[in-house]
Structure formats: C-alpha cells, structure tokens
Design a binder for this molecule. Structure first.
Ligand SMILES: Cc1cc2nc3c(=O)[nH]c(=O)nc-3n(C[C@H](O)[C@H](O)[C@H](O)COP(=O)(O)OP(=O)(O)OC[C@H]3O[C@@H](n4cnc5c(N)ncnc54)[C@H](O)[C@@H]3O)c2cc1C
Length: 357
C-alpha cells in the first residue's frame, strides 16, 4: 500500500536507495507514537532516534500520570514499551542524531554522522530540554529530589519543604502549583526583582506558603541519596548559607532542540517550531510532534497525542500526493483546507444518515 501511495511522484533519490514514506526524528513519546501509527498504517517508517534514546522520560523514575498504568511506571520502562510497540509494526530504528537536513527537494534528505537517509515525509519530534543550572550535584540528584517539572513531580513532595529557582512566569507558576502539595515553598532568585508579569508576582507574594528569597544564588544541591538542602550565596554580601529542603525545582526555562532547523523552518523567539496547517509546517511533508512545538503543556501524554496527529497527517498528505491535484500536496494551506472540506462533507453525510434512521 505504501508503494502505491508513493509511486508516480517525481523523485531525486539515488537509484537503489531506500526512500522511506516517513522519517521520524526523535524517540520520545511523540516520536515513538508517530512510529506506531505510521508503521501500523503500512508506511515504510524509519526512526532516527537520537542519542538520548527514549527521550526525557529516561531520566526520571516514577511516572504516575501516564494513562493505563494505575500503579505508575518507571520512565525507562514506559519508553521501552513504546519502542517495542513501534518495532512490532515494522518501524526501523537508528540510534543516532541527525546532523543535517535538506528539505528543499523531494525526497527529503537527512544525515547522521556517517550515513544519509531519505524520506517522502518527515516528522520532527526532537523535544525541548529543560535548562539546568550546571551545579556540581544537580545531575546526580535528578529524580531524587531535583526536578524540572512541577506538574510531573509535585505530587511526590506532599508536606515537604521545597525550593524553586527562577524569576520568570514559569517559576511563579511552578511555585504556586507546588503550594498544593508542599508544606513550604522557597522561591529563589539571584536578582533583586522578578521579570515575571505583575499579576503572577502578586499571586506569589500573597501566597502564605511561599517565601521569596531575592539576591540568592544557588551554589549546590546537598544530600547523598536524596535532596537534603541547598547551598545559597547572597549576591550582595557574598555570604553563604544552607537552606534545608527536600525538593529542588529548576524553573529557568526550556530549550527546544531545533538548532538543525534554523533558517529552514519557522520558529518563535525561543526556538519552538511553528506548524502552518494542523501539524504540518510551511514545508509540505514536514510535520511536528511533541515538546518541540509545545511550550505550553510539555507532558508525555500530550507529546504522544501529537505524535499520533502528525503520523495521521503524514499518512493523509502522502495519500493526497497520489490522489489529488499537485497544488494540494504542495501547498500546506490547501492541503488542510481540503481535509476540512472533506471532513465537513463526511460529517454532513453522517448526520443525514443518522437523521434518516
Ligand atoms: C525529569 C523529568 C520528569 C518528567 N516527568 C514526567 C511525568 O511524570 N509525566 C509526564 O507526562 N511528563 C513528564 N516529563 C515531561 C516529558 O518527559 C516530556 O513532555 C516528553 O518526554 C516530551 O516528549 P517528546 O517526544 O516531545 O520529546 P523528548 O522526550 O524530549 O524526546 C526527544 C527525542 O528527540 C531526540 N533528538 C533530539 N535532537 C535530535 C537530533 N538532532 N537527531 C535525532 N534525534 C534527536 C532525542 O534523542 C529524544 O529521543 C518529565 C520530564 C523530565 C525532564
């Protein structure tokens, strides 16, 4: 079926080379879910997994909010299941980073450090990495009290004292959210004022569970097997002190992994990629899924949902290239509009049928 969909399309692929229907970049929840859908739809599917196999959940322990696991599941175990499910339907995997892409001609070309791959469509699912402070013991205590995600880990800190570092809206939001669980939240900022919006600052200032520490720089995280405290330095006096806390949330922002696509795809000021029509970018055949295009939710289940959307969009787009006029396939807006018209027509048909029953 995949072959039929892609025959009749002008190709600049070297003779004999495999041209995949879909090449997915990234192996987090978004990439693997896209692979499950694409491979199960009989598309020749390649996942260029990247060096961080399994994505961000590989560096966490318990995941308690992924549906279907009533007792929770370890992050690496969950991602192992994702990968096996994608392989079961025939998705091929290469555990390498993509170092260069060419989306200027069909089929698209992607390079890793030692090989070149081609695909009629590409799904970008490269994620967004939490920014860390780079403290000596920060990495070692990740998943043991150091976290980059209040929504994910706040629940583990019921009735505990915790600290949040940051000065923007994200830090305010995380601190406020964490007051639902923690006995006390220390909000640490190295400057003498926040850059967060006034409204968020007011909410933080009026919350009795939050103690604000201006001019406080975090120097290190303390604890052998779990977080026991922080070493702070007063940026005005230089004096150091210890703050006893059991949790430490770093809320200084995320960096989308989009360096590769600079000058090729549209992105916002931070670097998040922007879709043009549904999950498709302004380059027809190039789709987005997961945290790489989502500054707002950044959850495993939303990333997986986006992977599903992108794979369905890629499948429909590939199909449209064979079945519909060229303009539809080459113009993102026309492609989306066609599907909406088509959907509206199907809806009307379905409504008429059920009214007649
Ligand atoms: C410590 C921690 C705990 C978390 N806990 C939870 C939780 O409990 N529940 C929850 O829902 N969410 C949690 N999250 C958030 C969740 O992990 C993310 O929202 C989710 O992983 C995003 O999925 P993704 O597929 O978009 O990207 P990611 O998981 O970030 O995966 C990105 C993938 O892209 C690959 N990649 C990057 N660049 C390249 C390249 N150049 N070439 C090839 N591949 C590349 C990487 O190797 C990686 O495989 C947590 C996050 C962290 C950091």
């Amino acid at each position: 079926m995949a072959d039929e969909r892609t025959t009749g399309v002008a190709s600049n692929a070297p003779e004999g080379a495999t041209v995949y229907d879909v090449v997915i970049i990234g192996s987090g929840p978004a990439g693997y879910t896209a692979a499950i859908y694409a491979a199960r739809a009989n598309l020749r599917t390649l996942v260029l997994q990247g060096e961080q196999l399994g994505g961000q959940l590989m560096i966490t322990s318990e995941v308690e909010n992924y549906p279907g696991f009533e007792d929770g599941v370890l992050g690496p175990e969950l991602m192992d299941k994702f990968e096996k499910q994608a392989r079961r339907f025939g998705a091929e995997m290469v555990p390498q980073d993509v170092t260069k892409v060419d989306f200027s001609a069909q089929p698209f070309t992607l390079w890793t450090y030692n090989k070149q791959y081609q695909g009629h469509s590409v799904i970008i699912a490269t994620g967004a990495s939490a920014k860390w402070l780079g403290l000596p013991n920060e990495q070692r205590l990740q998943g043991r009290g150091v976290s980059g995600c209040a929504t994910c880990d706040g629940f583990f800190f019921r009735e505990k004292a915790i600290a949040v570092v940051g000065g923007g809206d994200t830090a305010m939001e995380e601190a406020l959210f964490l007051t639902r669980y923690a006995s006390q939240v220390h909000l640490l900022h190295r400057r003498d004022s926040f850059r967060a919006s006034k409204i968020m600052q007011q909410r933080v200032q009026s919350n009795p569970k939050i103690t604000i520490h201006y001019n406080s720089e975090v120097m290190d995280v303390l604890g052998e097997n779990a977080v026991e405290g922080l070493t702070l330095r007063d940026t005005q006096t230089g004096a150091t002190s210890t703050l006893p806390v059991q949790g430490f949330f770093v809320a200084i922002g995320h960096q989308p992994n989009t360096e590769l696509f600079k000058g090729i795809l549209e992105m916002d000021a931070v670097g998040y990629l922007k879709p043009a029509t549904h999950t498709m970018t302004s380059i027809p055949g190039v789709f987005l899924a997961g945290d790489v295009a989502d500054a707002r939710y950044r959850q495993a289940v939303t990333a997986a949902g986006e992977g599903c959307r992108a794979a369905i969009d890629a499948e429909r787009w590939l199909e449209s290239r064979g079945e519909v006029n060229e303009q539809t396939a080459e113009d993102a807006a026309a492609w989306g509009a066609l599907n909406e018209t088509h959907d509206a027509a199907s809806d009307a048909e379905r409504d008429a049928t059920s009214a007649a029953r």
